[in-house]
Ligand binder design. Sequence first.
Ligand code: ATP
Ligand code: LTN
Length: 331
Amino acid sequence: MDGKKVILSGIQPSGALTLGSYIGAIKNWVELSEEYECYYCIVDLHAITVRQDPATLRRNTLTQLAQYIAAGLDPNKNVLFVQSHVPAHTQLAWALNCFTMFGELGRMTQFKEKSVKNPENINAGLFTYPVLMAADILVYQADLVPVGDDQKQHLEITRDIAQRFNAAHGDTFKIPEPFIPKIGARIMDLQEPENKMSKSEISAGRVCVGDRPEDIMRAFKRAVTDSGSEIRFDPEAKPGISNLMQIYAVCANKTLAEVESEFSGSGYGAFKTAVGEAVVETLRPIREESERLLGDRAYLEKICADGAARAARTADKTVRRVYKKLGFVAV
Ligand code: ATP
Ligand code: LTN
């Protein structure tokens, strides 16, 4: 793996993986995994910033690992691991907390949105969430972070924190770049195309990676479309159709222009059925293989243990370097 550029990304096990996280993140992880040294994790520490039921969190974590593998992430070629298994993340996060400003955390959109959604639990973890995410990335000296559009602001603060630390203590961290896909960076809810399709939001307009074909077809057939009858990409005027076009383009591997010409003259109904079928065929092998993998818990546990050991080897080096620069006495 030596000499390759490094990728780090993660997803919270806060619910079932959605079509949004598959298109916005995982699909690109798979495509980038040949070329880069990749660390892909399940960020369970981030998930507890919102209350989780312990048994559900445990189940979601293993399911998500099985889905990563089933989606095409080979555990031999990629380091697949669970964030809480690698203490270096939290060890670095504390230090980075002291290089992050209260004001800049208060400006984070995700913090503001989640505070509105959980007014009874605006905890300190929710506030410092981006610092732990910065630690996830910087501890591997990542060059590239493939994420959806909603994470852009968190990547910016990560870069600011890294630059602030480097300015104070000399070159320590690589400054990472976001990798945001051109199509599918923000998949919208099928019922409310003005809202992002979200894992922690249960809605009839949400499609999950593990959903059965009949449920996927039903969700697409009921998808909210726009007035008019033209299949044309225009997110402002036609948010519903434009969202479906992006989903189809990614699942059928076509450009938006190709999708427009393929469906010119056909009605919304036929188009929605075609999108549903393309999604069913994209997700079917992932669901089937992940269900098979979930039957072999010992295998999944071994992947976790191997992944954590490989991740820690890289991450511990960064923590040692940072702690030395800060003036902590080495033992
Ligand atoms: P939650 O609802 O718990 O906040 P989420 O559904 O937003 O979760 P995350 O775990 O936060 O999902 O995100 C996983 C990855 O998938 C991130 O890189 C995120 O940017 C991306 N992603 C999530 N939802 C979408 C979406 N609707 N469209 C495109 N990318 C998405
Ligand atoms: N904040 C991200 C999840 C996340 C992440 C990361 C993504 C935590 N650590 C490191 C990329 C790199 C989210 O809410 N989707």
